[in-house]
Design a binder for this molecule. Structure first.
Ligand SMILES: C[S@@+](CC[C@H](N)C(=O)[O-])C[C@H]1O[C@@H](n2cnc3c(N)ncnc32)[C@H](O)[C@@H]1O
Length: 279
């Protein structure tokens, strides 16, 4: 699979693995009869491209899960998404940042997954962040004409394609803490782990402290299922000691890539990503 042929899902988030999908798929060897399990499914880009027959996909973010359950059941379609984004997008064009804040307040009161999609696709950098009280607090991208026709069509196509990929497959989306998702794993199954970064206040939904990262490693070692972990190994400034301390008995497959700070091409920074596989 080439980078260009990767399907990009309708939701964005920090840490999305779009660029690593070909590398992940190349290194994961599994029997499709087993369950594909992702306790940190995020945007779902890995599952959607691997397209297993059976999957258990969970996340603590209830809005992503509700959106994906809606697309799966047919309650949310490219048509309903188009109507929603056209209607609210045209008001956004007139009223700009003030309307974005109104939509954000409305979402924080109603929790509607379509509002979540609207915010995620018009906020700063497609970020997902909640404050300590659980309020979504990412600022506006500052582009009032964000929902231009072509952009809405792109999102609608992503929704339609996602529904198509899931069609006829046995996939279950669940909102729960990662520990619960481990419970149903058997030796025929494969668990893909993509937890938040340690020590950073990632605030996708709450924090990810070192103790929780260590606990995850214990679960990964004790489960009868095979496990594959995505984690950064080092950049030019720092080495990820947690990976060496808690995952060194897994087999590491490495991938080099570059990330950018700001828009300047000269601000390219190398990063080594690892896939640590149990067996
Ligand atoms: C790095 S992101 C996953 C990205 C995903 N692989 C992708 O490519 O889109 C980490 C995910 O873990 C979720 N998360 C954070 N803490 C969690 C917890 N305690 N239990 C379950 N999910 C959690 C976040 O909501 C976020 O979606």
């Amino acid at each position: 699979m080439s980078e260009k042929s990767v399907f990009v899902p309708p939701i964005k988030c920090q840490g999305i693995k779009t660029k690593l999908v070909p590398f992940i798929i190349e290194n994961v060897h599994r029997d499709d009869a087993g369950l594909w399990i992702e306790p940190f499914v995020g945007t779902g880009v890995v599952a959607l491209n691997l397209a297993p027959q059976r999957a258990l996909l969970s996340d603590k973010n209830q809005y992503i899960i509700a959106l994906y359950q809606g697309i799966q059941s047919g309650k949310i379609t490219s048509k309903t998404v188009r109507e929603f984004l056209e209607y609210h997008g045209s008001i956004l064009e007139e009223r700009g940042a003030e309307y974005y804040i109104e939509m954000r307040d409305a979402f924080n009161a109603n929790g509607d997954p379509l509002y979540f999609l609207f915010l995620n696709r018009s906020d700063f950098n497609g970020m997902i962040r909640f404050n300590k009280s659980g309020y979504f607090n990412v600022p506006f991208c500052q582009k009032p004409n964000r929902f231009a026709k072509a952009y809405i069509t792109k999102i609608c196509n992503q929704v339609a394609r996602m529904a198509q990929i899931m069609d006829g497959k046995d996939w279950r989306f669940v909102c729960c803490p990662w520990q619960e998702t481990f419970e149903s794993a058997t030796e025929n199954d494969y668990i893909y782990l993509d937890p938040p970064y340690i020590g950073r206040d990632t605030s996708y939904v709450g924090e990810w402290p070192e103790e929780e990262a260590v606990l995850l490693s214990e679960y990964a070692h004790n489960t009868p299922a095979n496990v594959c972990l995505s984690m950064w190994r080092e950049n030019e400034f720092r080495r990820n000691e947690h990976l060496y301390d808690h995952w060194s008995d897994f087999t590491w497959y490495e991938h080099n890539h570059f990330y950018h700070i700001g828009a300047k091409e000269s601000n390219r920074h190398p990063m080594i990503e690892v896939l640590a596989i149990k067996r």
